[in-house]
Design a protein around this ligand. Structure first.
Ligand SMILES: Cc1ncc(COP(=O)(O)O)c(C=O)c1O
Length: 449
């Protein structure tokens, strides 16, 4: 390690506040990544890791795309900044591309992150009702175990008690209902949603927000009929359906958008992460034209969406995102995500022979491996064991994710979400490394059960 590298490590510990990390007593700064290429990231010494979670599930087209850097440089030189109170070509073209990908007419409101995209969705939903005679409709129903962001509104819609701890009381008007968990319960969660709407009084409910597949909460896939039934229930009760496709959007699950598989159309949809593959920060909230139409009147003095972000629709972000989507199309990454996801899921199936592996599930390149201390009772594996497995994988060149600080007692799901350019041999490397780590780490007494 060179002197300057040592200096950086010391500076890091001295000045940088990392997310999700206890700094007290930290012997060394977190792993410092210097560059990325394809599915791999490298440190200054040339050590490499297969990035099995695409950063934070966002680097869909993989690392090191010079083409995206060129687009950013060209756009910055031409027009680095102009607000969307006026207009510019990259934002127009990106909005049109998103609408084309969705396959139904809508209006795209840009922001900078998934949290901001959801904040905009909540405000659009409330203002929509205020302008269409439903002034009492203010509540947002969300789901336990779902995650929608870190800002106070988005956190208020987040059904993960450990994420909320220390920040409560949050924003009033958010209500929770159960989300399907095929491994742990068989409740009819669409029916539960309808009951929640009825208990709250439909006239007080503005919207229901859900991830098509709960990602950070443990990769929870709903039954096939859940989303169509949710759509029907929301429509029947005048409740807007907001789909948070921040993780699942832009080919992650082997479809352009996860909801397209269910054949439903949400009223509002939110994006971030894969929209620009993490090369630039960008979020987007898309409202169907019927929703947008309500903003054309002057009811109650609310005649337009009174919400603005300085960087919303930033020329560089939108130019890069547009090229990112063109890469997804050109390289058929939707198909690759589906094929490699299938391959990885198949390769991981033998893990189920281990007594501590309760479930292996996923769609496209979003997969979860649920670990249990006792298979018969499904008692969740303790979090420390998952930490050890993740550490062991990292020692062998693989970065994986896991549920952390989400639902109390359920930090027991390992998560894989590699870049969508994944090759067959890279999928096999992930499966092999993970299996070796599991075999090494799982305690003998627990494996004996
Ligand atoms: C489903 C979902 N929605 C929203 C967000 C928030 O996105 P951001 O971190 O860009 O604010 C996340 C972040 O992980 C997410 O997983």
């Amino acid at each position: 390690m060179s002197q300057s590298d040592r200096d950086l490590g010391a500076l890091d510990l001295e000045c940088l506040w990392h997310p999700m990390l206890q700094h007290q007593g930290l012997a060394a700064a977190p792993r410092r990544i210097e560059r990325g290429e394809g599915c791999f990231v490298y440190d200054a010494e040339g050590n490499r890791w297969l990035d099995g979670v695409s950063g934070l599930w966002c680097v869909n087209v993989g690392h090191g795309r010079a083409e995206l850097a060129d687009v950013a440089r060209e756009q910055m030189a031409k027009l680095a900044y102009s607000p969307l109170t006026m207009s510019h070509e990259p934002a127009i073209r990106l909005a049109a591309k998103i609408v084309e990908w969705l396959g139904y007419p809508g209006k795209v409101y840009f922001s900078n992150s998934g949290s901001e995209a959801n904040e905009a969705a909540f405000k659009i939903a409330r203002q929509y009702h205020a302008q269409t005679g439903g002034a009492g409709r203010h509540k947002i129903i969300a789901r336990y175990r779902g995650y929608h962001g870190n800002t106070l509104g988005a956190l208020s819609a987040t059904g993960q008690a450990e994420r909320r701890l220390g920040y409560e009381p949050l924003v009033p008007g958010f209500v929770f209902t159960e989300a399907p968990d095929s491994y742990r319960q068989s409740a009819d969660c669409a029916e539960a949603l309808e009951q929640t709407i009825l208990h709250e009084g439909a006239d007080s409910v503005a919207a229901f927000i859900m991830e098509p597949i709960i990602a950070g909460g443990g990769v929870l896939l709903p039954p096939d009929d859940y989303l169509p039934r949710v759509r029907e229930i929301c429509t029947r009760h005048g409740v807007l359906l907001i789909l948070d496709e921040v993780v699942t959007g832009f080919c992650r699950t082997g479809a352009r958008f996860a909801h397209q598989r269910a054949g439903v159309q949400p009223d509002i949809i939110t994006f971030a992460k894969g929209i620009a593959s993490g090369y630039v920060p960008l979020g987007a909230t898309v409202a169907r034209n019927e929703i947008f139409a309500a903003f054309g009147g002057a009811a109650g003095g609310l005649d337009h969406f009174r919400h603005i972000n300085t960087y919303a629709g930033h020329p560089v972000s939108t130019a890069v995102a547009l090229r990112n989507i063109e890469i997804l199309e050109r390289e058929r990454l939707e198909e690759n995500a589906a094929a490699m996801g299938e391959r990885l899921l198949t390769k991981l199936q033998p893990l189920l022979e281990q007594p501590n592996v309760g479930d292996v599930r996923g769609k496209g390149l979003l997969l979860g491996i649920e670990l249990v201390a006792d298979r018969a009772t499904r008692e969740p594996m303790e979090a420390e064991t998952l930490t050890s497995i993740a550490q062991r994988c990292a020692e062998h060149g693989l970065i994986i994710g896991r549920t952390t600080n989400a639902t109390p007692g359920l930090s027991n799901v390992l998560i894989l979400a590699p870049p969508l350019i994944l090759l067959e041999e890279e999928a096999d490397l992930i499966a092999r490394t993970l299996e070796e780590a599991l075999l090494k780490v799982l305690p003998a007494d627990a494996t004996a059960r």
